[in-house]
Design a protein around this ligand. Structure first.
Ligand SMILES: [Zn+2]
Length: 259
């Protein structure tokens, strides 16, 4: 019995050496330097209430469970301070691409982003970026500064910092969950090549690609790879989202929240 215990311990130790991430759910220090700003006049409860805003939501069990599955895989790896929120996807009928977030954990996904999924890794990176905004309480921290009358130009500059922070947090989160930032790097590289301008509240595309690239180099091989949704299943998700768009083509509301 004793010998067997010793053998099992040896197996666990070897496994721990091969897969360091199996030692604990979180890599120690993974989110070092990334925590919510202390300067926030809103309470955690208020963040949670803001999460309950009524949106023109699309309820579809297949799409919702697909997205919730991705969200849950990421949330497993958020640091302890971020676990107090309920992270959930909200699918909205919008044709303007780009995920958004609300304080308290709502990840807003325009239906068009599901109809046009190019890669699951890219979609997961977007979700991870939005989870970062909620986890780091960017929405209410910035609303605090606005209420205090901070100059609009400074607000914009601070948003650029927050967006860079959300990229960094998101890149670490998605890699901890076993996904790759490779397609996200390509996405931003392509925007640079196409000469697409970036909006003033975000870092330049090249800087964003560079940040994801640096994190990929740094964390590569540290976490076990995640099995992605099979191509056929992903096609069903696209088709279903496309069908919902076709059925509602005359209603196109504007997307709310922080991008
Ligand atoms: Zn953002």
């Amino acid at each position: 019995m004793k010998r067997r215990g010793g053998f099992l311990l040896a197996v666990v130790l070897i496994a721990a050496l091969i897969f360091p991430a199996f030692v604990g759910a979180e890599e120690p220090g993974l989110f070092d330097g990334l925590s919510p700003s202390e300067h926030n006049i809103f309470t955690i409860e208020q963040d949670k209430e803001l999460n309950q805003q009524i949106l023109p939501e699309i309820t579809n069990p297949v799409l919702e469970s697909y997205l919730q599955g991705l969200v849950d895989k990421l949330v497993e790896h958020v640091p302890a301070y971020a676990k107090k929120f309920e992270y959930r996807p909200i699918i909205i009928l919008a044709l303007e691409k780009g995920l958004r977030s609300l304080p308290g954990g709502a990840v807003i996904v325009p239906i068009v982003d599901l109809a046009e999924i190019s890669s699951e890794d890219r979609l997961v990176a977007s979700i991870a970026h939005e989870i970062a905004h909620s986890a780091l309480r960017h929405g209410t921290a910035m609303a605090t500064l606005e209420k205090e009358g901070v100059d609009e130009k400074d607000i914009i500059m601070l948003w650029v910092k927050k967006e860079a922070e959300a990229d960094l947090f998101g890149a670490r989160l998605l890699m901890a969950a076993g996904y790759s930032p490779r397609d996200t790097i390509k996405f931003f590289d392509d925007l640079v090549i196409e000469g697409k301008p970036h909006d003033e509240r975000h870092p330049a595309h090249a800087a964003r690609a560079q940040m994801y690239r640096a994190e990929m180099t740094r964390l590569s091989g540290k976490f076990p790879e995640r099995q992605r949704t099979p191509a056929g299943e992903l096609q069903k998700i696209r088709n279903l989202a496309g069908k919902i768009i076709m059925e509602n083509v005359f209603i196109v509301p504007r997307a709310p929240g922080v991008r």
